[in-house]
Design a protein around this ligand. Structure first.
Ligand code: NAD
Length: 337
């Protein structure tokens, strides 16, 4: 039986909402990410072709998951958004993004290339760390982007996260980044589980997400977590704030945050392709899982000019590797067992 576009859209909304619940709330996905992404793109395409099908509860309009009732809600002054995933996983995807940025900025062919900050897309969960007077006062999950969960007690157990910033900290500084679990820490954790005859964990991402949302901070402390800073939320009183994304990351490193060394500042689409290639060679040897790479327009002034769509900025895109989709599929078989 062939479904009408309306029926298929309803079916996709229901499926995607269920998968999002399993992934974001239960930390226990039942389908590979590539499958979720495929269905998501199908729904997006249907909604573009039939705008009347875009209901307010569509997953294409929402960020992330639902807030668990056990934690205090935290309102994000600056929303925590998603990142658009480039549909073309070949190197052309980098040129597509560069072309859309140039178009939006109204640049001519004769204008200079756009400068980008290229970095890894860490496969963990997003965290917002709030410092007042240089002291960590709150840590919140992304939640639905507007409201997150207060997980400060658990986050304080992560030794890589500074409790007090070094240097001349702004009055208010919200640092956004990814909490993740290194591959060797994940293996060691599972080894301990096996020795004790306990159930092993499925993958580093879901183990990290589960640890952060543990109700008992002592249990969370037993899960070895790491952190990489990759951006900012609310900022008050930062006089010498850098003007580029890469400059911001350098400054965050000086404040004491772990910032991943595998990043680069490149020019235009060709520069992005170069980074894409270099990281393709390196990614299997990295000590942590990545979910692709991220390209960001480096100038903060150009980022402001480009602005946002409903759930994502126009100045950033996630680019995955073709083989990565297959790899995710293999992992997902484990998930279902
Ligand atoms: P996203 O992962 O696509 O992109 C935004 C997130 O990227 C941010 O919140 C941040 O946490 C992270 N990130 C990592 N490195 C970053 C960097 N260098 N700079 C900026 N951000 C960085 O966000 P999303 O929209 O929540 O997630 C969708 C992803 O989750 C998809 O890839 C999808 O496959 C997966 N997912 C899977 C299932 C499933 O059932 N398997 C369900 C829901 C979502």
């Amino acid at each position: 039986m062939t479904l009408t576009p309306e029926q298929r859209a309803a079916e996709l909304r229901e499926l995607l909402n269920r998968y999002a619940h399993e992934y974001y709330v239960l930390d226990l996905p039942t389908v590979p990410d590539a499958e979720y992404d495929r269905l998501f793109r199908e729904l997006e395409a249907l909604e573009t072709a039939h705008p009347a099908l875009k209901t307010p509860d569509s997953p294409t309009l929402r960020v992330g998951g639902i807030i668990l009732p056990h934690f205090e809600p935290v309102t994000h002054v600056v929303p925590m958004l998603s990142i658009r995933t480039e549909t073309d996983v070949t190197e052309n995807g980098a040129f597509n993004f560069d072309a859309s940025v140039r178009r939006e900025l109204g640049l001519l062919e004769s204008d200079a290339p756009v400068e980008y900050a290229a970095e890894l897309k860490f496969d963990g969960l997003a965290m917002s760390l709030r410092y007042e007077g240089g002291v960590l006062v709150q840590a919140a999950t992304r939640g639905d982007g507007a409201t997150g969960e207060d997980v400060t007690q658990n986050i304080r157990t992560i030794k890589q996260i500074p409790l007090r910033l070094t240097g001349n900290a702004p009055a208010v500084l919200e640092v956004r980044g990814e909490v993740y679990m290194r591959r060797d820490d994940f293996e060691a954790l599972n080894e301990r589980q096996r020795e004790r005859g306990d159930k092993t964990f499925v993958n580093p991402r879901n183990t990290a997400a589960g640890a952060v949302r543990q109700l008992d901070p002592a249990l969370a402390a037993q899960r070895p977590l790491s952190f990489f800073a990759y951006g900012l939320g609310e900022v008050v009183g930062w006089d010498a704030m850098p003007r580029t994304h890469s400059g911001l990351l350098d400054a965050l490193a000086v404040f004491g945050f772990p910032v991943c060394a595998e990043r680069d500042v490149v020019q235009g689409g060709a520069g992005l392709v170069g980074f894409h290639r270099r990281m393709r060679e390196k990614r299997d040897g990295l000590p942590f899982d990545i979910d692709g790479i991220v390209y960001k327009v480096n100038s903060l002034a150009q980022q402001r000019e480009l602005g946002f769509r409903t759930r994502e900025p126009r100045w950033a895109v996630a680019h995955k590797y073709p083989a990565q989709e297959a790899l995710t599929t293999v992992e997902a078989i484990d998930v279902q067992v």
